[in-house]
Structure formats: C-alpha cells, structure tokens
Write a protein that binds this ligand. Structure first.
Ligand code: LLP
Length: 393
C-alpha cells in the first residue's frame, strides 16, 4: 500500500514518528539530481566532485559516491569520511588555506588526485612532505580571480579582499616556483568564486579569465592538464517545490559554451549545495505560540544549533506547516528557536497557516550546510536523521 504523502510530498508516517528536531532526507530528490548531473556531463571531459562540507552524513555521501562522483575535501576528517564512503582517492581534491601536516600526509599516503594549493608556504610544505614520503604531490594552484559573484558577503570567495587563493598578479611567480619544486606535479589551476550563485554572468567572467590565463601560459609553453572551476551553483530557496533540482543544464552549458577547453584537458567542478540542498528539510515541532503586543511568535524545538543559516547569513528558508488544521487561515509570525540568542530565528514576519502547539513544520532546502553546521551550543543534542523512502538501503 502507498504511504500517505502530504501536499508537499512528505511521508507523514515518517514525519510523525520522527524525534524532532530531525533532518528528513528525500533520497528520490538526491538521486534525480545526481542522474541529471551525469546526464549533463555525459560525453564531456568533465568530472564533478561533491563538496563534502555541504553534508557529510555517511548515508548521503555513500549514495553520492555510488554515482561515480569525485569528492572535494577541506579537512583530514573529510578525507577519511570520503574514503569510507567509497570515493576513489584519485578523484579527490583537497582545498583549504590551512592544511596541517597530518592532513597533508594523510592525503599523500592515499595518493589523492589533487591538492588545491592556496599559498607559497603551503606549496613548499607539501613539496617537503611529499619528498619525505618519497612520493609526488599533484597540485593545482588556487587562483583568486577577483570576480564578484554577487552573493552574500560571507560566502563570496573570489574577490581580492578575500583570504582564498593567489592573486593573478602573483601567479606567474607561483607557477614557476611550483614547476621548479622536485616533488610537486603542477597539473592545473583551481578557482572558486563563491556560493549560492544563480546568475550565470559571474561564471561567464570566470571562463573568460581562465581562457586568458591559459593563452598567457601556453605562450610560455606551459599547458595545464586540468582546470578546476570550483562550485557555487545555487538553488531556489524561495520555491523548493517548483524547482527541486537546480538549473544544471544552464550551469554546464555556460562552461560548454564559454570555456575554451584544451585538447586532452579535464574540467573539474566542486558542487556542494546544488547536489544536496533540496533533498533535506529540517522537521520541527511547535512548542508554543506566543503573542506579544506587536508580534506573534511560533517557538519551535529546532534552533540555530540545528540549522544556523538564517542566524548566520540571514538566509531565507521556506517554512511549511505540515499538520495545521487551518490551512486556509494565514497569519504573520516570527518563527524562532529555543536557543538563548536573539539571532535564533528561522523567519521574521512570515505568513503561515494558523499554527498551534504540537504542529509539525518543515524548514525546507536544508540539505546543504544544515546538518553539517549543527552544533551542541546550550548543550543541545545534535538533530537526528530520517530517510525517505524509508525502505531503501
Ligand atoms: N569548493 C570550494 C573551494 C569551496 O570553498 C566551496 C564552498 C565549494 C567548493 C562548494 O560550494 P557550493 O557548491 O556548495 O556553493 N555555509 C555557507 C556556504 C559556504 C560555502 C563554502 N565553500 C552557506 O550555508 O551558505
């Protein structure tokens, strides 16, 4: 017998049985997204790496590994998790401005595909450690292309005021240095201009910058085996039911059309949010409805410890009441959590059906940077997790 799904596609049995607050992962949405990625890149020299930082849940990452994607990692812990999930070491990239010695050694021991190197001191340490281990490190130099991705200031990464990468003015020197180092194999260049990017213009500018740089280096006889364009493709936080998948066709077409791909060259992508963002919702129970003189508050049992994006970036997440008995009667609420911080709010002045104690709310598009950024502040427990369909293993 088919299980009861609510109007937004939630299996209500699972929702009611869950121990709130919990993440509800819709694996059908995840699989549809992964199938679409593989469809879009078929026949192109493209490798998509999943950025584990977006969601490191062991079940989610092993589902993704099964689709043949590579992994984009930023810590030794992520290297270990990716290996356990079944990602191939050769298809791993390791980014981050502060890689420590043990993390570099771990990645070298597993002969990962590529280190994305962010500074000269880091380059020299990787060379030294590779030498000590009698191996060679494959690297790409992370270039800061000074492109404004027009996204939130905390998640833009490609402008010159940013800590990431090496500025174009210093690149010649770093490229030459990397070529000269004995235990470094310089394979290419890496870029990442920011996150939650929904307009293609910044990506077109990125392609043009890459084309110019490649011409410049080819004139000096330097050819790159690979280019890594990073991640950042955004999702529709406003309308998750209308757009459960990101616009992957438009995204990959931008690179197919604007990037001058050299013969035998591979183009690497590092997508996080676009892969897992829409498959996850945070389910939370209304604890109290409280009215002040000017405002009505829905107080829920989830807080910024479970999903920090609204508190940290003023991020918008769609909120749906899955159990309201008065779906047609709307009121304006602030939806807030129990944590002792004023910023612990999921929404301000949001129109929602009249809500009562005990109602279950879904905070949508929480698959990326939700569970992975959860904390135990206020000695709260970490959120639990439920998978739909529940019988798939
Ligand atoms: N590659 C690099 C080098 C990155 O720094 C990032 C994300 C990615 C790939 C994946 O980006 P994505 O495709 O997911 O946009 N916590 C923030 C987002 C931080 C993104 C950090 N870097 C949020 O909740 O919006």
């Amino acid at each position: 017998m088919d299980k009861e799904l609510d109007r937004y596609g939630f299996e209500m049995d699972l929702v009611r049985k869950g121990n709130t607050p919990f993440y509800y992962y819709n694996l059908d949405v995840l699989h549809a997204t992964l199938n679409e990625i593989n469809r879009q890149i078929e026949g192109w020299p493209f490798t998509v790496h999943y950025a584990l930082k977006a969601n490191g849940n062991p079940r989610i990452i092993s589902e993704i590994a099964n689709y043949g994607l590579g992994a984009d990692l930023v810590s030794g812990g992520e290297v270990k998790a990716a290996l356990e999930a079944g990602f191939k070491a050769q298809e791993m990239t390791f980014s981050g401005v502060g890689k420590t010695d043990w993390e570099i050694r771990l990645a070298l021991a597993h002969e990962i595909g590529c280190f994305n190197v962010e500074s000269i001191p880091e380059l020299e340490v990787i060379d030294q450690l590779a030498g000590e281990m009698d191996t060679t490190a494959n690297i790409a130099i992370r270039v800061n292309p000074d492109i404004d991705a027009h996204t939130h200031k905390y998640i833009t990464t490609g402008t010159s005021e940013n800590k990431f990468g090496i500025g174009i003015e210093a690149l010649d020197q770093v490229v030459k240095h990397a070529i000269d180092l004995p235990d470094i194999d310089l394979r290419g260049l890496h870029f990442h201009i920011g996150s939650q990017i929904t307009q293609m213009q910044p990506y077109i500018m990125l392609c043009e910058t890459i084309n110019r740089l490649q011409d410049h280096y080819e004139n000096q006889g330097i050819r790159f085996k690979m280019i890594n364009v990073g991640g950042g493709l955004g999702i529709d936080y406003q309308h998750p039911d209308d757009h459960p998948l990101p616009d992957l066709e438009q995204y990959f077409n931008t690179f197919k059309q604007h990037l001058n791909i050299r013969p035998n060259q591979r183009i690497h992508f590092e997508l996080g949010r676009a892969i897992v963002g829409q498959c996850g919702s945070l389910i939370t129970r209304v604890v109290y409805v409280k009215e002040n003189r000017d405002k009505k508050f829905i107080i829920v049992d989830a807080g910024m410890t479970d999903l920090i994006r609204p508190a940290l970036y003023e991020a918008y997440h769609e909120i749906q009441n899955l159990t309201s008995r008065q779906m047609d009667h709307m009121e304006t609420y602030d939806v807030v959590g129990p944590v002792c911080e004023s910023s612990d709010a999921f929404a301000h002045d949001r129109m929602l059906p009249t809500s009562r104690r005990g109602d279950l709310l879904a905070i949508r598009s929480a698959g990326a940077y939700g569970e992975s950024m959860a904390s135990t502040y206020n000695m709260r427990s970490l959120p639990s997790v439920v998978f739909f369909p529940s019988d798939k293993h």
